[in-house]
Write a protein that binds this ligand. Structure first.
Ligand code: HSE
Length: 437
């Protein structure tokens, strides 16, 4: 049997501890599959004394993850610290420079420095595997990087944040508040250390940036993503969406357009009957549309210790199965030096249908004024619904418009116009509608 593969794990939080447990519990099966043992020989974390439910006594402890990356007797460095700079970036760079394979779940790091790190890995002839960085346990990286060669992608979109999907699902199903659902997501270990990264869409954006690069062969452009989170979504939006045959999901979408590539993260209305609308709770889903394959939809657990550990262990096993002299594939599906510059499509030119919810004074002429603003901007309406707010004597009404396909620029101009008319009693809500099968 080949020599054991020696693993060093930096970061022993929810995911790190789960990885250590899976490697221990599945040791015999992994040895059979890989033809060699996988042994954790070194670890590093902030708190040495914490009980993580797994005995790491056989592994050498390093207080400094960079020292582990550079000096430990390991073949693979597993980075589970998180963050796009600081210790995570330094130790991944150090491990690659030292010619060690790296496995990471760090989407923020890859979204910012992925191409530079890929260049080092490819120069050194080592693997940089990151399946767990996007959509938790779903093998979307392997699918896009390896199984879709020759396909031209037109659009990739999905539910990429388990925390947000969990919150939206429970708000709809149980009528709970946003805050109560977020608390539960944190308790269950789905949320990031700073949950604003989840709810404001940054985490989805990091994952989308990686998928965009794989889909279109472009350099990663995480700063060029239009970003809106879910913290403004109310029960009123969720109910109105349901009445109109839609469900609200936080989607990341990357799409090829005539003017460039559109990357956007925002709450989105998807038809209730669509497959992606059936993706509930912490589950993630990624839809990929290509010229050869057509539409592929992958769905599965998107967050939490076990789901993420499954992807990390899969990446480690791939390295265990590789043999010296084996030519390792490029990190982003094509050599990092060949990734094309990213050409950004302007968000104002985004075309699609829109849901607009307006809270207005209940007085004569308001409805007509809204309709005029829409017509002035060439916006054709699919439906208009008006609700009285509260009791009979209420002085406010809710007007909900659904538009046919139009542009972001036209909708913004029309809604600005309605706001200037002085009929609104609250901030307008605009939610994009996404075509989904
Ligand atoms: N906070 C992330 C989520 C974890 O909720 O999806 C997985 O990246």
């Amino acid at each position: 049997m080949a020599e054991a593969l020696r693993i060093g794990i930096a970061g022993l939080g929810t995911v790190g501890a789960s990885v250590a447990r899976v490697l221990r519990d599945k040791s015999a099966e992994l040895t059979r599959q890989c033809g060699r043992e996988i042994v954790v020989t070194a670890v590093s974390a902030r708190d040495r004394s914490r009980d993580r439910g797994v005995d790491l006594g056989g592994a050498k402890w390093f207080d400094d993850p960079i020292e582990l990356a550079e000096k430990a007797d390991i073949d693979v460095f597993v980075e589970l610290i998180g963050g796009d700079e600081g210790a995570a970036r330094s130790c991944v760079s150090a491990a690659l420079d030292a010619g060690r394979h790296v496995v990471t779940a760090n989407k923020a790091l890859l979204a910012k420095h992925g191409v530079a790190l890929a260049e080092v890995a490819e120069k050194k002839g080592v693997l940089l595997n990151y399946e767990a960085a996007v959509a938790g346990g779903i093998p979307v990286i392997k699918t896009m990087r390896e199984a879709m060669a020759g396909n031209s992608v037109n659009r990739v979109f999905g539910i990429l944040n388990g925390t947000c999907n969990y919150i939206l699902t429970r708000m709809e199903a149980e009528g709970l508040t946003f805050e109560a659902c977020l608390k539960d997501a944190q308790r269950l270990g789905y949320a990031e250390a700073d949950p604003t990264f989840d709810i404001e869409g940054n985490d989805t954006a990091h994952k989308l940036a990686i998928l965009t690069s794989l889909a279109f062969g472009t350099r990663i452009a995480s700063d060029d993503i239009y970003l809106e989170g879910i913290s403004n979504i109310t029960q009123a939006d969720i109910r109105a969406a349901g009445e109109l045959g839609y469900r609200i999901k936080l989607l990341g979408v990357a799409q090829r357009t005539e003017s460039g590539i559109e990357q956007r993260v925002h709450p989105t209305m998807v038809p209730t009957a669509s497959v992606i609308a059936q993706v509930h709770g912490v589950t993630n889903a990624v839809a990929i549309e290509t010229d050869i394959l057509g539409e592929l939809l992958l769905s599965g657990p998107g967050a939490g210790g076990n789901a993420t550990a499954s992807a990390v262990v899969g990446d480690i096993a791939d390295i265990a199965k590789s043999r010296p002299g084996f030519q390792h594939g490029p990190v982003f599906g094509r050599p990092a030096k060949e990734l094309r510059p990213y050409k950004k499509a302007q968000m104002r030119s985004h075309a699609g249908g829109y849901f607009i919810r307006l809270t207005v004074h209940d007085r004569t002429g308001v409805f007509a004024a809204i309709a005029k603003r829409m017509a002035d901007n060439d916006i054709s309406l699919e439906s208009i619904v008006q609700h009285a707010n509260g009791s009979d004597g209420a002085t406010q009404k809710t007007v909900i418009l659904v538009t046919h396909e139009t542009t972001e620029a036209a909708v913004r101009k029309a809604v600005d116009g309605v706001t200037k008319d002085g009929h609104l009693t609250d901030k307008p809500q605009v939610i994009r509608i996404e075509r989904a099968g």
